[in-house]
Every structure is written in structure tokens, then in C-alpha cells.
Design a binder for this molecule. Sequence first.
Ligand code: ADP
Ligand code: MG
Length: 283
Amino acid sequence: MTAGGGSRPLLEVDSVVKTFPAPGGGRTRAVDGVSLSIERATTVGLVGESGSGKSTLSRCVLGLQRPDSGTIRFDGVDIGTLPARELRRLRSRIQVVFQDPHGSLNRRQTVRDIIAAPMLAHRAGDRAKRAARVRELLDLVQLPQRMGERRPRELSGGQAQRVAIARALALRPEFVVLDEAVSALDVSVRAQILNLLKELQHELGLTYLFISHDLGVVRYMAHQVAVMYHGELVEHATREELFSAPRHEYTRILLEAVPVTDPARQRDRIRRLSSATTEETSP
Ligand SMILES: Nc1ncnc2c1ncn2[C@@H]1O[C@H](COP(=O)(O)OP(=O)(O)O)[C@@H](O)[C@H]1O
Ligand SMILES: [Mg+2]
């Protein structure tokens, strides 16, 4: 299941900062000194309002963006110091599923080709081996084999997301980032995909970084929960601790807002928090 082993966390993020040029000049601190570790075969839920830095942090973890400072260790290896070739090999062990199931699939390809694409890119196996692996993956995500001939437009949202998951698992990764992976799905389909992800974690010993703005979903999925607010990690606790005794004011506001039915009301709460924290910190 894992190459490394021992009791060391699979992922160790240490003091990561990532900035971008801000529209009005200066720089936005999208990720502002975040430290976080994830144990093997567990799920860390990462929550926070839109723009709090969740995706930026995940892109750093995926090796798609380089932090300004700080380190990210995967299985004990600092990914910032790896030569391109080894980074590429390491990337096959870390995969991602995004929010928009249709948008992330190539419209011209069949499901079979979409799922086989990472194997082709990494030159894994020959034609027959790849075909066999695609059959296995369709079974794994509980899609009938005949779906392999379909194209993305012929799939429902849930089916398309199963294809995205199959593709993410093609290279037998140990770590999967799920960035709002169920946010675009209807409630009943969402539950099915969450259950599938849980089964896959059990079966394959996967480690997840499960990103969502929806605390209800995170509560269902995550062993540990990390809360981001304006680029900072303001709370990191076990699911039980977080939901029974949230320590940070922003976490309490998020909890109050579950389920978030009215975005305007949530914005209002966040505004209230911003002024509350300003008041608290001013002398
Ligand atoms: N490539 C980029 N260029 C400029 N600003 C960016 C870029 N990516 C993210 N940001 C900014 O960084 C902040 C965090 O964004 P993001 O990580 O997407 O948050 P989240 O995923 O929590 O919604 C936002 O202010 C966003 O506008
Ligand atoms: Mg995001």
C-alpha cells in the first residue's frame, strides 16, 4: 500500500506561504503560513469560505504551484527540492478530483480513453494492461462496463464524477485531493459519491485532503478538520472536537451556518465576525 511507512504522516505541510500579485497592487497572501499534517489512510477536511486559500494550498500540495516559502513533505520527501523527473514520478502518487465533473473531462474522448489517459502519460503498461486496468477501475467506481464507450455528454453528473475518480485512481495513488468534488452534485447523488469515496478509502488505504465549503459534508467524511480563514489555518482538530467544542470564532460562525441555505446571510455573519475580531484585537 505505501512505499515509506513508519508512523510519519504521509503529508507534512510546514509554514507554507503563497502570494499572488493583487489587483490593486501589492500582493495577496492566498496562503499565509499554513502548517498541517495528514496521517495515512485518514481524511482531513479543509473548510473555509470561498477565497480563503483552500485551492491554492491544495495546488501547492499537488506540486502544481510552488510556495513562496515553507516546505511540503510527501512520504518524508521535500517536494520543493525534487528534480523535475522525480517530481513527475511523485505526482503519480498524488491525484486530484475537481468540482465540475463534466468540465474536467475531455469531451471528445470515450470514458475508456479518459480513464486510461494518466497511464498513457506516465507510459504505464502496454495496451492490453491498460485496457484491463480500465475494466478494473470501472468496477471499482461501480460503473457498468458498457459506460466505457460513452462520451462525457452522455453521462449524468454523478457518472461523470465516478469517471473522474476512476481516472484519479488509475496510477494507484496513495493520496487524493478532493477539491469541492461533490459540491456540484444533487443531494442524493452527492451521498452516493461520498459513500463510494469512503469505500475506496477502506479498500485501497487512501489518504484524502477533502476540501469543501460545506461543513455538513466534511462532518460526514473527515477524521480531522482544518479551518482556513483569509489564508490562515485558524483551527485544526478532530471531527469530534471541532463539532462539539469549536475554539475559533470563525468556526463557530461556520457551524451556526450549517446548512448554508442563504449565502447573503452567511456573508453577513462573516462580516460580523470580521468586525468582531477587529474589536477583540484592538486595545
Ligand atoms: N492564480 C492566481 N492569481 C492571482 N490570485 C489568485 C490566484 N489563485 C488564487 N488567487 C487568490 O488567492 C485567494 C485564495 O483563492 P483560492 O485558493 O482559490 O481560495 P478557495 O479555494 O478557498 O476559494 C483569493 O483571493 C484568490 O483571488
Ligand atoms: Mg477553491
